[in-house]
Design a protein around this ligand. Sequence first.
Ligand SMILES: [Zn+2]
Length: 219
Amino acid sequence: LLAEEEREDWFISRFEKYGAVVLKGHFVGASGVHFDCYIDKDLINSDPVFVEELANFLVLVNNDRWMNQIDLVIAPASGAILFGGFIAYHLSCNFAFTKKLDGQEVLRPSFRKLVRKDCRILIAEDIMNRAKSVREVAAEVQRINPSAKIVGAAVIWDRGGVELPFPTRAVVSKRLPFWEAKNCDLCRRKIKINPELGHGREFLEQFSLNPSYWPANKK
Ligand SMILES: [Zn+2]
């Protein structure tokens, strides 16, 4: 196996080959954070062979006690479903995904039945900034069965590097900057927000096209 840094660079170059997977601009993420560099998960997901390779790699390099004996992999919908499914395939365990309901990640009834007493759960995520979705999935597991144990998170790209109460393993851990909307440097510089990728359109609908009305520019 390659050294950790070399292998990160190798995967990043693979992402780049998928055509503008890493773009420069001004973007809004699902959790409301802003960033100048966007990773297009749809382009990654459009090639299941590549997603399977990412999942297989992550399981292989973490084939220690930590990732052993997983009973269930849960992915927040929708970007991590394919990746999570392949992780579960390589761990030969069950797989479920949540859906967003009233701002919470919830499991449907058939999936809820898989959260059994003392079961060991791995959360799969695609691109992680503040780990908002991962935390919501963990909260849903606790609501269903407090005896279930979240043993970790398996992530394609952990760009935020936030601390969680369980270990995170990522294919790529390179940190990329992001800002809260009210402190966004790009907003202050009135850089045009991309409405096509991420949640830029919703932000512009809420705060107007005029940068003077964006939270970072309000007095
Ligand atoms: Zn901004």
